[in-house]
Ligand binder design. Structure first.
Ligand code: PMP
Length: 358
């Protein structure tokens, strides 16, 4: 049975991309070998990584004075790399605490310098985004860090903070390429690939070039944005196959009309689910309405046993991986770019049936 996979990541990929990869798996465009077997210095792979970067630049309208890096270590390594590279003038940064990944980012940054947590939504299990204003970001700091979409709690920043001129560093792991953003609003963007970009193993970093000058000269080369940028993400062997698949996803998204077009579909998908949640007398959404994510939709029945029963029933109906994160329970439907609208409609049908019979 074909399932609809609502996994938070690694997550579903467009079928067209998987078919294309299958077609090329043994013999990439007549070169007699798989992309997995190629030297990263080969002309074929050079072309793959260059095209992936160019397509990502088109999709996100990335200005020329920003570098695009394809790194390893997941978004979690960025929790360390961002402070190691950027937190070196004032040795201090401002963080907004909106979830478990923000907490991990803060913990790593504290090993490098002083972290000021300017606002937190921990008091209500991260179900909202705290109100922020410019006055919170006055004073010396090297940057401001946010997690723009909170995968576990189903919240997102609907507007960016006014950082009083400090570079904004943002974790876009669970929302990159899902809605139009202005790259110029950011100093540094990072995102693990395994939600909206491709398989795990590659992490996209987009950094404004003047910030590269902050990388300390004695930093381990692998951890230095400057070294990585100077070497076109090939200081060492990059995750070639993951970059290849990411490139196919970028191509596919361009064919589908780009980020603006997919944003409309994403908003439709989210509205279908949230409208039902708001009308249901059994299920309810857990994130505050104003801050609802359009990528991760979190909901509960209010009864753990019933939640479990629903998850099991949904699985029987081909709706898989909708269990909420172990720290919060309930359900979470991750509806990234590759989740077709039919999947969301099917989920709502299954929820309605369950509600009728509950
Ligand atoms: N940040 C966010 C917002 C995430 O959702 C995740 C993974 N789910 C991470 C960071 C950690 O990513 P990785 O596993 O790639 O280190």
């Amino acid at each position: 049975m074909k399932v609809f996979n609502f996994s938070p990541g690694p997550a579903c990929l467009p079928e067209s991309v998987l078919l294309e990869a299958q077609k090329d798996l043994l013999d990439y465009k007549g070169c007699g070998m798989s992309v997995m077997e190629m030297s990263h210095r080969s002309p074929e792979f050079e072309a793959i990584i260059k095209k992936a970067e160019a397509d990502l630049r088109t999709l996100m309208d990335i200005p020329d004075d920003y570098s695009v890096l394809f790194l390893q270590g997941g978004a979690s390594l960025q929790f360390s790399m961002a402070p190691m590279n950027l937190m070196n003038k004032h040795k201090r940064a401002f963080y907004v605490l909106t979830g478990a990944f923000a907490k991990n980012a803060i913990a790593e940054a504290k090993k490098v310098g002083e972290v000021v947590v300017v606002a937190s939504s921990e008091d209500r299990t991260f179900s909202y985004i705290p109100e922020l204003d410019r006055s919170m970001f006055e004073g010396d700091a090297d940057y401001v860090h946010i997690t723009q979409n909170n995968t576990i709690y189903g919240t997102r920043f609907t507007e960016l903070p006014d950082t009083a001129g400090k570079p904004l560093v943002a974790d876009l792991s669970s929302m990159i390429l899902s809605e139009v953003i202005n790259v110029r609003d950011y100093g540094l963007i990072y995102a693990g690939a395994q939600k909206n970009i491709g398989p795990s193993g590659v992490t996209v970093v987009i950094i404004r070039n003047d910030l590269l000058e902050r990388s300390p000269a004695d930093l381990s080369k692998m951890l230095s944005y400057k070294v990585q940028a100077e070497n076109g993400s090939m200081y060492n062997t990059p995750p070639t196959f993951a970059i290849y698949i990411a490139g196919l996803v970028f191509e596919d998204l361009l064919k589908k009309g780009g980020v603006g077009a997919i944003q409309k579909v994403n908003e439709q998908k989210a509205a279908i689910l949230y409208d039902y949640l708001d009308s249901s007398s059994l299920f309810r959404g857990t994130a505050e309405k104003k801050y609802r994510s359009i990528m991760n939709v979190t909901f509960v029945t209010g009864n753990d046993e019933l939640d479990k029963k629903f998850i099991a029933e949904a699985k029987k109906q081909g709706i898989v991986n909708i269990k909420g994160h172990r720290s919060v329970g309930g359900m979470r439907a991750s509806i990234y770019n590759a989740m077709p609208i039919e999947g969301v409609k099917r989920l709502v049908e299954v929820m309605k049936d369950f509600e009728k019979n509950a």
